[in-house]
Design a protein around this ligand. Structure first.
Ligand SMILES: *Cc1c(COP(=O)(O)O)cnc(C)c1O
Length: 378
């Protein structure tokens, strides 16, 4: 491991360089095997019509595979469309919130959806329940709320939550962008569980996927029939109709679809969600265990049960310059360990998604120890 000016590991130190240096929280590591499979299929797949069976069969694999991975009950449907999670927030604002939503806001992503809804002129002011970064609030059952907007894993702070229904009346919409495929979940506890492929699914961004309960589908159809103006690209009834035909409303990124299908089937082949979640748990034990034992590092999230097993945040004491650590790691090919920019802490954030090898996480902790030692002795 060398300084940024000389970004080569010293001879005899391969145990400090992970086999794969991608630890970003999104876009995240894409498995080389998936890229190779895409390259192999490219001549007959890339550059072909998304209205024909070549591409539609990939969409079908995604819809079936996601339903199997999450063990969706009968009647649940997998919808997809272009634009990623941020675009789905706009779509939910038009096509899913009836009058008033409640949002648990405890970081950048969960707060952003609350702001989108608050700005919508056709909805009542949302109820926003906040808590400081590094914690999460609890929902407040409220008969005037028709959507509870929960976040399974707040990627900006590394806090994970357990999904529960606050009451029987409101529908539950869960931002699982960084959680789906890495955290266990009981599908009877949500009505919409949505994500994008660039986190646990190790693909590219620009697509959203939403697992919808029968009650969610009924809500989407009711709003579509209510006379509310909804732009077609944000209309979930249009997305529902396209998805049922294994298509998207407009042209999708074919490479992204392929990488997503490949990752879902890779997870299923290894043993499904339980396997993927256990692998993330193993990486989390390595990382948090190391941080707890370290004299200079501490897990940022105080409660062990709330520490994310997919995006870990670790604070350093004032004897360590975490930004310099991230820069030197980057110079050595270990990338994207910087913390979420707006959190403004002396911190590293390390993704532990299913595609990331637990052994590489262990190697990373040794590299950080090595660099901390070098910083303190210089
Ligand atoms: C990454 C992320 C988003 C944003 O996803 P985009 O596809 O870039 O819009 C939203 N919510 C959470 C929890 C995320 O991790």
């Amino acid at each position: 491991m060398a300084t940024p000016a000389d970004p080569r590991p010293p001879p005899g130190s391969p145990e400090l360089i992970p086999a794969d240096g991608r630890f970003g929280s999104g876009p995240s590591k894409v498995r080389p095997e998936a890229v190779a499979a895409l390259a192999a299929t490219a001549p007959t797949y890339l550059g072909t019509s998304h209205r024909r069976d070549g591409v539609r069969s990939v969409v079908r694999r995604i819809r079936r595979g996601v339903a199997e991975l999450l063990a969706l009950p009968d009647g649940y449907e997998v919808l997809l469309g272009n634009g990623g999670t941020s675009t789905l927030w706009d779509a939910l604002t038009f096509s899913f919130v009836e009058r008033r939503s409640q949002h648990l806001a405890f970081g950048e992503f969960s707060s952003k959806f609350a702001r989108v809804v608050a700005a919508a002129p056709h909805l009542d002011e949302p109820d926003v329940v906040e808590s400081p970064p590094g914690t999460h609030p609890e929902p407040r059952p409220d008969p005037t709320v028709d959507v509870y907007a929960l976040t399974h894993n707040e990627t900006s702070t590394g806090v994970s939550t357990e999904i529960r229904r606050p009451n029987a009346a409101g529908l539950v919409a869960v931002d699982a962008t960084s959680a789906a495929g890495g955290l266990r979940v009981d599908p009877t506890r949500f009505d919409v569980y949505y994500f994008a492929p660039q986190k646990c699914f190790g693909a590219d961004g620009g697509l959203w996927v939403a697992c919808c309960s029968p009650a969610a589908i009924e809500r989407i159809e009711r709003i579509a029939g209510s006379g509310r103006w909804v732009p077609p690209s944000l209309d979930l009834a249009v997305a529902l109709e396209s998805s049922r035909l294994d298509q998207t409303y407009n042209t999708p990124a074919l490479a992204t679809l392929f990488l997503l299908a490949d990752q879902v089937e890779w997870m299923l082949g290894q043993g499904g969600l339980e396997w993927a979640a256990s692998r993330c748990d193993r990486s989390a034990e390595i990382l948090y265990g190391w941080a707890e034992a370290s004299p200079v590092a501490t897990p940022f999230v105080a409660k062990p049960s709330e520490r994310s097993p997919v995006t870990a945040t670790v604070d350093f004491d004032e004897t360590v310059d975490a930004a310099a650590l991230a820069t030197t790691l980057r110079a050595n090919g270990i990338v994207d360990t910087e913390p979420y920019r707006k959190l403004g802490r002396n911190q590293l954030r390390i993704a532990l998604f299913p595609a990331i090898e637990p052994d590489d996480v262990a190697t990373l902790t040794r590299a950080i120890d090595y660099l901390v030692e070098a910083q303190r002795s210089s």
